[in-house]
Design a binder for this molecule. Structure first.
Ligand code: AMP
Length: 292
């Protein structure tokens, strides 16, 4: 077997671009040339979840652009920005192997003017779930993604269903601000025991890592109860709480919300999003499933 069979997407001559001006210029040239451009924004410390999104782009676009930018404005003052894992050299190799053509890797100084004063705020979907737990988080997310879309100018952007609220908030932003981009979603990639892959899993102690599968188990329980005909949100949430509370994880939220509006529901009569966030001492983890 030669290298191309083992790593079918390997892109030896991947370009790395570090400034927004250069990236925008390159993106403009790509648009003039007429091919399709697909984009995957990330914060780095890549895992199979990120790579799966890059492969989705590789299969659909002429040019694959990925970004690695640890966006400071989406972290609160007491959150884990400084501790967030980073390993650019490893990420670079993984991007090459996933077939990325251009890796955009700017600095915070290049992305934000010291006196930056314009923000993008989504005001409905952002106020619940992680938005309630992390004030200002989605303002930071919307602002950076708006900036990245203006810089990279892709035809489509691929995002993970793992971050269900983020996906819905950004779809709303793209709709309401008429960004000329399609958002495509990719399924959540999991470890063999069901734990959703996340850059933050690295910070779980071995005991917490073993317990962290409780998020997945809780979602499986919700699916099973729903399949048996249980439609009362309170009952399903109580069963999920029971699964989490036997671990050292602290429930941040367990919610059953309308899949479109993200407002809480008492009865599961239309598609719902079951979303949970659990804090372990090493990391706060989120996961979700849709019941329809
Ligand atoms: P992040 O680097 O955490 O900002 O994530 C970048 C993109 O990867 C987002 O669209 C995430 O939803 C997506 N992502 C993160 N974890 C996973 C996963 N386990 N499976 C699929 N996509 C993921």
């Amino acid at each position: 077997m030669d290298a191309s069979e083992r790593r079918p997407y390997l892109k030896e001559d991947m370009e790395i671009i570090r400034t927004p001006e250069e990236m925008q210029e390159r993106a403009r040239a790509l648009r003039r040339a007429g091919g399709t451009v697909g984009f995957v924004p990330t914060m780095g410390f890549l895992h199979e979840g990120h790579l799966s999104l890059m492969r989705i782009v590789r299969e659909r676009a002429d040019t694959v652009i990925a970004s690695i930018f640890l966006n400071p404005t989406q972290f609160g003052p007491n959150e884990d920005l400084d501790a967030y894992p980073r390993d650019f050299e490893r990420d670079e190799v993984l991007c090459r192997e996933a077939g990325v053509d251009i890796l955009f890797y700017p600095t915070a100084e290049n992305m934000y003017a010291a006196d930056a004063s314009v923000w993008v705020d989504e005001e409905a979907l952002s106020s619940v779930l992680c938005g309630a737990a992390r004030p200002g988080h989605f303002r930071g997310v919307c602002t950076i993604v708006a900036k990245l879309l203006n810089i990279v100018q892709p035809d489509f952007m691929v995002m993970g269903e793992k971050d269900a609220q983020q996906l819905r908030v950004l779809r709303r932003m793209v709709r309401d601000l008429h960004f000329p981009v399609e958002i495509v979603s990719g399924p959540t990639i999991r470890e063999p025991d069901g734990l959703a892959m996340s850059s933050r899993n690295k910070y779980l102690s071995p005991a917490e890592r073993a317990e962290a599968v409780c998020l997945f188990q809780a979602l499986e329980k919700a699916k099973a109860l729903f399949a048996e005909g249980e439609c009362t949100a309170e009952k399903i949430k109580a069963a999920l709480h029971e699964i989490i509370t036997v671990t050292s994880g602290e429930v941040d939220y367990i919610e059953i919300v309308d899949d479109e509006t993200l407002q809480p529901l008492e009865l599961l009569q239309k598609p719902v999003l079951v979303a949970l966030a659990v804090k372990f001492s090493g990391a706060r983890l989120i996961d979700n499933t849709v019941l329809a």
